[in-house]
Structures are given as C-alpha cells and as structure tokens.
Design a protein around this ligand. Structure first.
Ligand code: PMV
Length: 329
C-alpha cells in the first residue's frame, strides 16, 4: 500500500441556515437542508501518515495527545478511511487549529474536513468532492460543508449516500465578511452531538421543520443575489431558533449567555444607526457579525469597544479543503 505522509488544510464554516437534529444519528444525516459560508481565517491543518509499525492510532491535537473521547472519534473516522482503502494499517494524525477550539467557531467542521482529505490521500485513495463530503459528514455533520469552497449548501438527502454538500457560489462571488466576536474561550460543556440528539425533545421542532423550506430558499436566493438586507433577517431568525430549540430541549441546553445578548443588542443599535450588519450564532457563546467588506472595519472597531470582548477574527469567504506541502511532523 502507498505510505505517503499527507497534509491538508480545511476552513471552518458558519451556517446561515443551521443543521440541528439528525434523521439518522449514526451516519449524521440531517433533518434539514442547510447553507453556510467557509471562513478563511479559521482553519485546521492536519497531517496523516499510515505506518505498519504502529499498534494503535496516534492522535495529537494542538501539540498534545488527544483526550480519550477525541481519540476514539478520530480513530473511528480513520476506520472509515481504512474500510474504503481496504487496509488495516494504523496511522499517526496530528492537527492544529489557528483559532481557539470549543468556542462556537466550529472546530469539528474544519477538523474532520482536513482529516478526511489528508487521510484518504495518505491511504492512496482519490475521492471525488462529493465522496469526501459524505465521508467528512460522518465525522461531524458540519464538516461536510467545509469540503467545497465559498458559499455551500448541504443537501440533507435521505440516507448516507445522498447527503452531501456542494458549492453554490465561489469565495469571490460576494465580499461578505464574518467578524467573529469572541467573548469566551471556554470549552462548551454540551457538544453539538448531544444537542442534535436532544432536538426531537423540543416542542419547537415541528414548527421549525415547517418554517425551514421557505427560509432556506430565501437565504439561498439572498446569497446568489448578494442581497444582505434579505439575508440578514433570515439568518438572525434561524440563529435565534437554534437557541430556542436548545433551551426548550428536555433537559434544556444553554449555549445562550449574557455576553452574547450584549453583542446582539449592540448590533440592533448599530443597525438602527444605519450600519448594515446582522448576527448569527452557533452552539457556543460567541457571536458572528455578518456584513459587507465596505463596512467590516467599522463593525470590527465597534465590536472591539464592547466590554468583555476578548478577540475578533475577521473572515472573508474561504476556499475548498485542499492538500498543502507543509507537514506538521
Ligand atoms: O457538525 P456538528 O455536529 O458540530 O453540528 C453543528 C451544529 C451548528 O454549528 C450549531 C450548526 C451548523 O449548521 O453548523
């Protein structure tokens, strides 16, 4: 078998229509179609090497041995790659994020996208973008959207084979920015896998499923038409709905936080003052401010002035996951 050390880079992404809840949890087939934008300044780099001398997978994340839960999840993903390549060889996998993990910037999205690209190539496979998206999705649902570039749609599908993401517009289509406002760098206590599992316990789920098709088409159309005043209200609606779903799950999940509300209220004031900026949220405490390039500097400086803001990461639409030459080991 080919033994080739391989490194890949994948951008994280921010969902405009959220993935929340699974039709099939084992394969991470989602309940609904969803849409996102890749983030060029929030990425994971991963190096993989299969080595016949290893008795077990060696997983290093951010310079340290991975904890048991991460090790098992990464090894399970490597098992998927081994099954595709028809090999049993164990691997060394090392990855680095250029942003703090577990903060509502989806680290699992970029992590499983980078791992999928690096590991398949290292195992001698040459998968299509669609097959890579299907593979990445099984590691973390949102990772399916970090395989293609730019603005991305994840077609929910009905089973593992028809649930994958495609690009609806390249990065240069629209100079949209995601100004990520980091108010906490603490790891979230309840991971999104648990959140997805809890979704059916929320009485809002039925209402959400009914509202989604129209909102999805509005968002998709707004992205294609580069229409921020159409996109903005729809993404805010969807972000709030995600948190309503979480808070009305049984037992309730609180990703909601006072600092987050403070930023949301600031955004409403800036908009009342004439600035075209909207927010979206993930399953974490930080707030993503969506605006056009012409307003990004002003949005960034206003956000910096909010007490309690720790860090700001400004993103333009990012490209597709790809191989790079600089290995991590
Ligand atoms: O890929 P997961 O299982 O971490 O789920 C992501 C869930 C959200 O980030 C809250 C929404 C989304 O679509 O990215």
């Amino acid at each position: 078998m080919p033994i080739e050390k391989t490194t890949a880079l994948a951008n994280s992404n921010i969902a405009f229509i959220k993935y929340w809840g699974n039709r099939d949890a084992a394969y991470r087939v989602p309940l609904n179609d969803n849409v996102s934008m890749n983030l060029d300044h929030a990425f994971t780099t991963t190096t993989v090497e299969f080595d016949a001398n290893l008795n077990a997978d060696q997983i290093v994340v951010g310079g340290a041995d991975a904890n048991e839960a991460t090790r098992q999840r990464v090894s399970a993903h490597l098992d998927r790659v081994r099954a595709l390549a028809k090999i049993e060889t164990k691997a060394r996998a090392q990855s680095e994020n250029n942003f703090p993990t577990g903060t509502g910037i989806a680290s699992s999205a970029s992590a499983f996208a980078a791992l999928s690209v690096a590991a398949t190539h290292a195992a001698g496979l040459a998968l299509s973008e669609r097959a890579l998206s299907i593979l990445a999705r099984q590691g973390s649902g949102s990772a399916s959207r970090s395989i293609p570039g730019g603005f991305v749609e994840w077609i929910a599908g009905h089973s593992s084979d028809d649930s994958y993401a495609v690009s609806i517009a390249p990065p240069e289509h629209w100079d949209l920015r995601d100004v990520v406002v980091i108010v906490s760098t603490e790891e979230k206590k309840i991971g999104s896998s648990e959140g997805h599992a809890a979704a059916p316990t929320s009485h809002f789920l039925a209402e959400r499923i009914q509202a989604l098709p129209a909102r999805f088409h509005r968002v998709r159309h707004a992205v294609l038409a580069k229409n921020l005043s159409l996109l903005g209200p729809a993404i805010e609606e969807d972000a709030i709905e995600l948190h309503m779903m979480a808070m009305t799950s049984v037992p309730p999940i609180y990703y909601w936080s006072p600092a987050m509300v403070q930023v949301i209220q600031a955004v409403q004031q800036w908009r009342a003052d004439g600035l075209a900026v909207y927010f979206t949220l993930d399953a974490g405490p930080n707030v993503h401010l969506i605006c056009e390039g012409t307003d990004a500097a002003q949005v960034e400086s206003l956000a910096r002035a909010i007490v309690g803001v720790q860090q700001i990461i400004v993103n333009v639409p990012g490209g597709a996951a790809h191989l790079i030459d600089q290995h991590l080991f």
